[in-house]
Structure formats: structure tokens, C-alpha cells
Design a protein around this ligand. Structure first.
Ligand SMILES: NC(=O)c1ccc[n+]([C@@H]2O[C@H](COP(=O)([O-])OP(=O)(O)OC[C@H]3O[C@@H](n4cnc5c(N)ncnc54)[C@H](OP(=O)(O)O)[C@@H]3O)[C@@H](O)[C@H]2O)c1
Length: 236
């Protein structure tokens, strides 16, 4: 991108916040619009504008994009794996309708709404990026361990959204690169109960650094792909 006054929209409290810090310190970025849901963060950089948004609300997203003329990039780093009521299911006997609906609502829906409403803003940029943090466990081909039905299914649905969007936008927004990203295993409230067995748990800052490197290297010839944090490509 040659633009020296880029505007990025970034969401999500751990990896997303680290991405917002890193984009705010990039010289080509003039503003980062950062959305939060439950806890207002503070940022060192005056380039970051935090806004409270519920990304499952179409009205909230319409209001968010309504005041903007152009976006050069969107990175949605929100998601859901567990709460007090819902845990990832080790076996189908643990599956609940509410768990699946909640997973789809928080892992799949926000990206669809962002794409629908921010399309014209990305079109106004000479070179734009539309990325969402998915998860390797959303890959159908890579599924060897099983389990986590609702999370896997909602991330697989998210991946299908992104792949389908890339096909539509290859014609409609030929300057936009669409990407699904796997951030690696990263320390965060979402992953905390499950990282015990992992040796290489990254900080959100480390993961964000890797993801930014991937996004910096994107171009429309690479649209519609699923990238792992280390730069390798994952099967859908
Ligand atoms: N951490 C890992 O090891 C790992 C591995 C693979 C994939 N991922 C993916 O990476 C992404 C980021 O996760 P993370 O690890 O950075 O965890 P995180 O800090 O817990 O981030 C999840 C975010 O989603 C937000 N959120 C949930 N529902 C929302 C809604 N309706 N509107 C707006 N925001 C909402 C949460 O907001 P609140 O803070 O207000 O709850 C939180 O900011 C997720 O998509 C996750 O599936 C993470």
C-alpha cells in the first residue's frame, strides 16, 4: 500500500488490542478505530480511537461505519470458546443447541455483518485488507483430533464466509485482499483453561507481530486463503 494515511478497524481484547498497538505505531497508519465490548482499554497512542461496539448487533455496526468515508483494513479478532454455561464439547453427548448458536453468533456473524456494512469503505481505498482471526481447528481437512464441535463448526462456517466473500470481491473489490488467520496458541482469557499442555504459548504481542507480517505481505493475488501465524497456508 502506498497510502500514508491509512485507517484500520481492529476488534478484540487480547490479540486484537496488540494488533491495534502495532498498527498505530506503523508510519503509514493515521488512525486505528478499535472496538471493545465489556472493558474500555487505554492506549498510549493518540492514533487509536476506542469505540464500544457489540459486533453481533447490525445496528451497532451500521452506526460504527456510518461516520467513516474509507477503511484501508479491517481485522476482526473477536471470538468465543467458553463461558460459565458453555464449554468446548469433548463428545457429542456434551453438545447443546445453545452452545452451537452462541458459537455461530460470536464466531461467524460479526465477520458477515462487518463485510456487509464496510464494503463501500474498503472499496474507497486503493488497496485494502479484510481479515478475521479464525482458528486452525476450523479447518475440516486438518481435523484429526475431533471434539470442540460448536467452536470447530462455527469457525468452519466463518472460513466459508471468508472464502465466499473473496470470490465475490475478486470482481466487486479487486483491490481488497481477504484472509482467514490462525494466530497460534496465544495467552488470553479465551485460551487460558486450555493452554496447560502447550509448550509454545505466545503472548498476544508475539502473535500480533506474526499476523501483521502476513497481512503486510498480502495482495489481491493472494486473496481467499487461510494463513497460519508462521506464514504457512492452512487447508480449508
Ligand atoms: N488464544 C488462542 O490460543 C487462539 C487460538 C486460535 C484462535 N483464536 C482466535 O483468536 C481470536 C481472538 O481471541 P483471543 O485469544 O485474543 O481472546 P480474547 O482476548 O478473549 O478475545 C475475544 C474477544 O471477543 C470479544 N467479543 C466476544 N463477543 C463479542 C461481541 N458480541 N461484540 C464484540 N466483541 C465480542 C471479547 O470481548 P470482551 O473482552 O468484552 O469479552 C474479546 O475481546 C478469537 O477469534 C479466537 O477464536 C485464539
Amino acid at each position: 500500500m502506498n497510502d500514508t494515511n491509512q485507517t484500520w478497524l481492529i476488534t478484540g481484547s487480547s490479540i486484537g488490542r496488540a494488533l491495534a498497538e502495532q498498527y498505530a505505531s506503523a508510519p503509514e497508519v493515521g488512525q486505528v478505530i478499535y472496538t471493545w465490548r465489556s472493558k474500555e482499554p487505554t492506549f498510549g497512542s493518540p492514533k487509536v480511537k476506542p469505540l464500544q461496539v457489540d459486533l453481533t448487533s447490525e445496528l451497532d455496526i451500521e452506526n460504527l461505519v456510518g461516520n467513516l468515508d474509507k477503511l484501508d483494513g479491517i481485522i476482526n479478532a473477536t471470538g468465543f470458546l467458553h463461558d460459565e454455561k458453555h464449554k468446548p464439547e469433548k463428545a457429542i453427548a456434551r453438545f447443546t443447541p445453545e452452545g452451537l448458536v452462541r458459537s455461530i453468533e460470536l464466531n461467524t456473524l460479526p465477520t458477515a455483518l462487518l463485510a456487509k456494512h464496510a464494503r463501500k469503505l474498503l472499496k474507497a481505498s486503493p488497496s485494502s485488507t479484510f481479515a478475521t482471526i479464525s482458528a486452525k481447528v476450523g479447518s475440516i481437512e486438518d481435523n484429526r483430533l475431533g471434539g470442540w464441535y460448536s467452536y470447530r463448526a462455527s469457525k468452519a462456517a466463518l472460513n466459508m464466509m471468508l472464502k465466499t466473500l473473496a470470490i465475490e470481491w475478486r470482481i466487486a473489490l479487486p483491490h481488497c485482499s481477504v484472509a482467514a488467520l490462525h494466530p497460534g496458541t496465544v495467552e488470553s482469557p479465551l485460551s487460558r483453561p486450555f493452554t496447560g499442555r502447550h509448550h509454545n504459548v505466545m503472548t498476544p504481542e508475539e502473535s500480533a507481530g506474526h499476523l501483521k507480517q502476513i497481512l503486510d505481505g498480502l495482495n489481491p493475488d493472494k486473496t481467499g486463503r487461510f494463513w497460519s501465524w508462521d506464514g504457512s497456508e492452512l487447508p480449508w
